[in-house]
Design a protein around this ligand. Structure first.
Ligand code: PGA
Length: 255
């Protein structure tokens, strides 16, 4: 956590919550959210179907809303896909791109991400780009190679002058949904490495770009992880489904 960068905490609900369940979450979340949102960028990423409802309810609380995926074209013959103008119309401010579950289960490629990230920026959506290594890659000493490949490829078409507008989430795949959080040392080292990769493109951007940690963040470990020098917040899955647990994580990001 650095005084230069405003913390950001994002909730990735994945394929959870009907619109009714999202409304129930918001009723529990909103009373405490506005105060936290004064000091922390708080982003809720519900499934597409609940985006409009969550965006409408979040208005006035300073809470932002994001999608979990986006196609890079505005419109066309891409069955099942959703575009940036569609998300903007629903009230989205942000979009998670390249989550490991999309890479693993839905064939999301670095080539597609290299188009999606600049598209999101051009459309006025805050891109939250996820990167991270598998357990086998970590054990084989391949973590840095993997991160270098993902960061360089996925941000290749982003102008150096706009790199600082991207949010990067370092999510070791072995820590996602497993209860096996990276140690503070592992998280700090990987995130400092990602920051240095941004620095290879632009030193100023490296100082400003916000890099989150994700992977089994919960109310018990959030403060320690977010206190790390290069960690600017968290991307939270499981623990973001409960309003009180997510509020307590977001509050832990307060500078
Ligand atoms: P988790 O998920 O917090 O449930 O580990 C994080 C993520 O996938 O973004």
């Amino acid at each position: 956590m650095s005084a230069e960068r405003r913390p950001l905490v994002a909730a990735n609900w994945k394929m959870n919550k009907t619109t009714g369940e999202a409304q129930e979450f918001m009723r529990g979340f909103l009373p405490g959210a506005a105060a936290v949102a004064e000091d922390v960028d708080v982003v809720l990423c519900p499934p597409f179907t609940a985006l409009r409802t969550v965006a409408q309810m979040a208005q006035g609380a300073g809470v932002r809303v994001g999608a979990q995926n986006m196609h890079e074209e505005d419109a066309g013959a891409f069955t099942g896909e959703v575009s940036a103008p569609m998300l903007l119309e629903l009230g989205a401010d942000a979009v998670v791109l390249g989550h490991s579950e999309r890479r693993q289960h839905f064939g999301e490629t670095d080539a597609a991400l290299a188009r999606k990230v600049p598209k999101a920026l051009d459309a006025g959506l805050l891109p939250i780009l996820c990167v991270g290594e598998t357990e086998e890659e970590r054990e084989a000493g391949e973590t840095e190679r993997k991160l270098r490949h993902q960061v360089q490829s996925d941000l290749a078409a982003v102008d150096a002058g706009r790199l600082a507008e991207v949010v990067i989430a370092y999510e070791p795949i072995w820590a996602i949904g497993t209860g096996k959080t990276a140690t503070p040392g592992q998280a700090q080292a990987a995130i400092a490495f990602v920051r240095a990769l941004v620095g290879d493109r632009d030193q100023g951007a490296a100082r400003s770009v916000r890099i989150l940690y994700g992977g089994s963040v919960d109310p018990g470990n959030a403060a320690e992880l977010m206190a790390l020098e290069d960690v600017d917040g968290a991307l939270v899955g499981g623990a973001s489904l409960d309003p009180e647990r997510f509020l307590s994580i977001a509050a832990a990001a307060r500078p």
